[in-house]
Ligand binder design. Structure first.
Ligand code: GUN
Length: 284
């Protein structure tokens, strides 16, 4: 039976580190840390995420600035707001919640965020920096996954790492981060042939394909570290991951549950990025 990786505990530890350093910066340097979160429209899932980000800001001692814009906001209005936030010294990090309504070009909005305040690490400048290993911010989910792998004590160096999924937000940066830690990395996706065989070679398997219970126990190497980035619904409408936990935990050495695995890490890493942004902007 696998060891369960407790994302809630690791996330709490990251947030505690951030809170401690934030309090110290305030006491010693009078520095306040601020995150602006922009949401456009009424998507209920986005609303929940934004509320959670606001709560996390309060918990670590950040100022949070929320901008809830109407569904009909024009791209120009949104770009104007981003430009105002880029110039606002109280705002160290800017997060525009995705997805945006269809009439707004997400790329144009991401490109307008100052790379120094891009705490999602979605701007092409920050994406490029990840590629060459000279980054300030890591995208929150892959960074959270790295922290969870670290929590197992398993050394990535020389290990076979398989990432399933090739999105710009998770799969691609995840592969880069594993490579930087000296893993031997294979990226699989929906068109990959022999996916099962490739998965079975993985000492470290990160699954971000967005299909409920896609990876089953027979696709996992005995003792592997299995990280499930999925947030899906099973046939009964119950929240589950991309990994079939029941069969996988019998084979894996370490495994993340859904919920309570990768999910809580994303916001913790966002807090960490915002603190990093504040320090860099203050020249600390
Ligand atoms: N929507 C879902 N996840 C994310 C995220 O990590 N960042 C942003 N900006 N929007 C999201």
């Amino acid at each position: 039976m696998a060891n369960i990786i407790d994302g809630k505990a690791v996330s709490a530890a990251v947030k505690a580190e951030v809170a401690e350093e934030t309090a110290k910066l305030k006491d010693e340097k009078g520095l306040k840390v601020g995150l602006a979160v922009v949401i456009v429209g009424n998507d209920p899932a986005s609303r929940v995420y934004v509320n959670n980000k606001k709560k996390a800001c309060e918990a670590v001692g950040f100022q949070s600035f929320e901008y809830a814009l109407d569904e009909n906001t024009t791209q120009e209005q949104l770009l104007d707001l981003v430009n105002v936030l880029n110039r606002d010294d109280r705002v160290n990090g800017i997060l525009v919640q995705l997805p945006l309504p269809g009439h707004i070009d997400e790329k144009a909005v991401i490109n307008a965020i100052s790379p120094e305040k891009d705490v999602d690490a979605f701007h092409p400048v920050n994406v490029g920096k990840i590629m060459i290993g000279e980054y300030s911010f890591l995208p929150c989910t892959p960074a959270g996954v790295m922290r969870l792998i670290e929590s197992t004590g398993v050394d990535i160096t020389g290990k076979q790492c398989v990432v399933i999924g090739r999105s710009n937000i998770v799969g691609k940066p995840q592969a880069m981060l594993l490579l930087q830690k000296n893993g031997t990395v294979t990226i699989c996706h929906s068109r990959t042939k022999n996916l099962k065989e490739i998965c079975r070679t993985a000492d470290i398997l990160v699954v971000a394909i967005g299909k409920a219970k896609f990876v089953t126990g027979d696709m996992i190497k005995e003792g592997a570290v299995v990280i499930d980035v999925g947030m899906d619904r099973d046939e009964n409408g119950k929240l589950c991951g991309d990994v079939d936990f029941e069969s996988a935990e019998k084979v894996a050495g370490y495994i993340t549950p859904v919920p309570g695995g990768v999910g809580p890490m994303t916001i913790a890493m966002l807090m960490k990025n915002t603190l990093t942004a504040a320090k860099q902007q203050a020249g600390i």
